[in-house]
Design a protein around this ligand. Sequence first.
Ligand code: F6P
Length: 332
Amino acid sequence: MLAKRVGILTSGGDAPGMNAAIRTAVRSALHFNLEPWGIYRGYHGLINGELEPMDSRAVSGIIQRGGTILKSARSEHFKTPEGRAQAVDMLRRHEIDSLLVIGGDGSLRGALSLQQEGITVVGIPATIDNDIPCTDYSIGFDTAVNTVMDAVNKIRDTASSHDRVYLVEVMGRHSGHIALYSGLACGADVILIPEVPYDLDQVCQQIQKAAQAGKTYNIIVVAEGVRRIGGGNGTTSPAMQIGRYIEEKAGIETRITILGHIQRGGVPTVRDRLLASRLAYHAIELIFRGVGGKMVGEVDQVVKAFDLDYALAQEKQLNPDYRRLAAVLASL
Ligand code: F6P
């Protein structure tokens, strides 16, 4: 059955470019004579009825803004059968028969669960972590990596003025895509990511050997999800632990910068704006044709629709070229 009303929501960690996706989704829906409804605060807002119709003017002046005008939230209740039933009921009460979900892994899993309840749902990958399979980039990743690059460029200024080791901790949850891409782009001396085991004594030896050869400072990019020293839980900062270890073992002063949530904001890059617009358009076109249960991604610059259950069952791999490059240039 062809869709008439389409709900649009953003969910999970916000990402630069989400507003570009919302803008294109609303205007594409109107192009296909669908009625776009904005749902605020993700699945949490859907359950609580925080939704309203949107027109073209509702999305003017947002393409250049980070964050999401629909706000986002995480919802434990939606993960329960009762929560999902409430979400479906809210959609049905507003005669919204289709949904565009803009978000990361958890959000897309929620999309699949609503598809299984009979709602026509299409998801597009939006997370700075870039840990979503079946798409080269997720919305937000390019902007985040550029944000990290700008920060590390500034750190390199002070690093070149002092004989220290500088550790920069970046986001990525359990993945190392942000660290790998930004570390390569910034010429980091060492890149530590969850996907590749590391040996701190080897890192110390490398730093000491370089110092003997006259290298006066080092930059180490650390993904937040790397193994902690001594196991430890996820709350300790790995960069702090690693920095202390290097200072004690290599006898070299260290300084640590944890970039945190600045990686989630900022003006979306051209790449993120175009990716967001492209994916949102194709997702709305699928919904217009009554095709649901899909995730729209961009692979080798071609837009492709994958079954959501297939996409979510895959494992996102690190770019092998960059992984090899980092092994040569940054002791990965
Ligand atoms: O998933 C995006 C992300 O920024 C991760 O990189 C990070 O670990 C997490 O969200 C932080 O979550 P929150 O914004 O809830 O603190």
